[in-house]
Design a protein around this ligand. Structure first.
Ligand SMILES: Cc1ncc(COP(=O)(O)O)c(C=O)c1O
Length: 379
């Protein structure tokens, strides 16, 4: 059987990971500034993570959601403590799309309405409701088009207020920082105004922190920069450091009833063990502060490059926009300088490294980026 060919692949295969590095089968080391798409939060193969997941596997890897599972409670307690949302409830699932799908469903249950406001350049996943609120017609199949969705430019509060005044909106969904769309940070005043209009009209405000959450922005959740309290927060990616897990953090104003949401695999023992280990390491190694410090340094250094059109982001979620296409830059960084980076469109390099990235790793990247840009000028 062949694999269904949906991914364009680099001809490279990491077979081992350690901290901020991955290694190919020849033992060649690469600095990982991509984190497997913002997934690696505490670093590859962190010893505490490996020990915790291995020990759990020896005990029990999975049972169903019809029995007690104290690991889920421990995870919820620790997540509440570290995010400051300890009065919220947690629903566990397996991926980012699933977290948003459940969040949108909750909003619809609560309001009895179905219209959703989302934003241009936004990405929320590929399942039915999640893809319908994503700004990319190419990945929306006819079966996903039945949802009632309106898209506005980010930061356009007037358009949101006018739409909400019509009285048929269930939810507004917005990324803490737009990731796939090219690293766009919402204006904190816009987020505050969004919260106000949602609160006044009973519309559910969903913060998609799937990419920007778990310390990546230099705060536990990126929306903290605006000082708001969303109705629902969704997480995934960094939550399991590679073990598939997603979460929906739900404000106390929502009441659960048995059967309202559900999943077979969500919140299984192994996933919870992985997610608990992640939170333990984020706390003990102060990785949120590290993301803030190293990220600030990177943004300052990148802002000095004459060749770069714009540098955007917060913490270790950084977009570097060039006038020209970036494919040759990324290719040289990867194959010659041995540095993985991410991408957004044709002109933006995205940095989404593990949160334990050291300042010396960041300086190394700056030095190699200078080299690459100079070499390309001479070619
Ligand atoms: C902001 C955001 N939301 C949702 C998703 C979907 O997550 P998943 O691929 O785990 O379904 C992503 C994935 O890139 C994302 O960046």
């Amino acid at each position: 059987m062949e694999l269904f060919n949906v991914y364009p692949l680099y001809d490279i295969e990491p077979v081992k990971g350690e901290g901020t590095y991955v290694f190919d089968k020849n033992g060649q080391r690469y600095l990982d500034l991509y984190g497997g798409h913002a997934v690696i939060s505490i670093g590859h193969s962190h010893p505490h993570y490996v020990a915790t997941v291995s020990a759990q596997l020896e005990k029990i890897g999975f049972y169903s959601n019809s029995v007690q599972n104290t690991l889920q409670k421990e995870l919820a307690r620790k997540l509440g403590e570290q995010s400051g949302l300890d009065n919220y409830s947690l629903f566990l699932c397996n991926s980012g799309a699933e977290a948003n799908e459940n969040a949108l469903k909750l909003a619809s249950f609560k309001t009895g309405k179905s219209k959703v406001i989302a934003f241009r350049k936004g990405f929320h996943g590929r399942t039915s409701a999640a893809v319908a609120v994503t700004d990319n017609p190419k990945i929306i199949a006819p079966i996903n088009k039945k949802n009632d969705v309106v898209l506005f430019e980010m930061n356009n509060i007037g358009a949101v207020e006018t739409e909400i005044a019509k009285g048929d909106v269930a939810a507004v969904i917005i990324e803490g920082i737009q990731g796939i769309g090219g690293i766009h940070v919402p204006d904190p005043n816009f987020l505050k105004a969004l919260q106000n209009v949602c609160n006044q009209s009973g519309v559910v405000l969903i913060l998609d922190e799937i990419q920007s959450g778990y310390g990546r922005s230099g705060k536990f959740f990126a929306f903290e920069y605006a000082g708001i309290s969303p109705d629902i927060v969704t997480t995934a990616k960094g939550m399991g450091n590679g073990f598939p897990i997603g979460g929906v953090l739900i404000h106390p104003k929502f009441e659960a009833w048995h059967g309202m949401l559900g999943t077979t695999f969500g919140g299984n023992h192994l996933a919870c063990a992985a997610a608990i280990a992640v939170l333990d390491v984020i706390k003990s190694q102060k990785l949120v502060a590290n993301a803030s410090n190293v990220g600030t340094y990177l943004i300052e250094e990148l802002s000095k490059f004459a060749e770069i059109k714009s540098v955007r982001g917060l913490g270790l979620m950084i977009g570097i926009e060039f006038e020209d296409e970036i494919a040759p830059i990324r290719s040289k960084l990867l194959f010659e300088k041995k540095i993985f980076t991410g991408v957004s469109g044709k002109n933006i390099i995205r940095l989404l490294p593990p949160l334990n990235l050291k300042k010396e790793n960041a300086s190394h990247f700056i030095e190699k980026l200078h080299e690459v840009l100079n070499e390309l000028k001479q070619e």
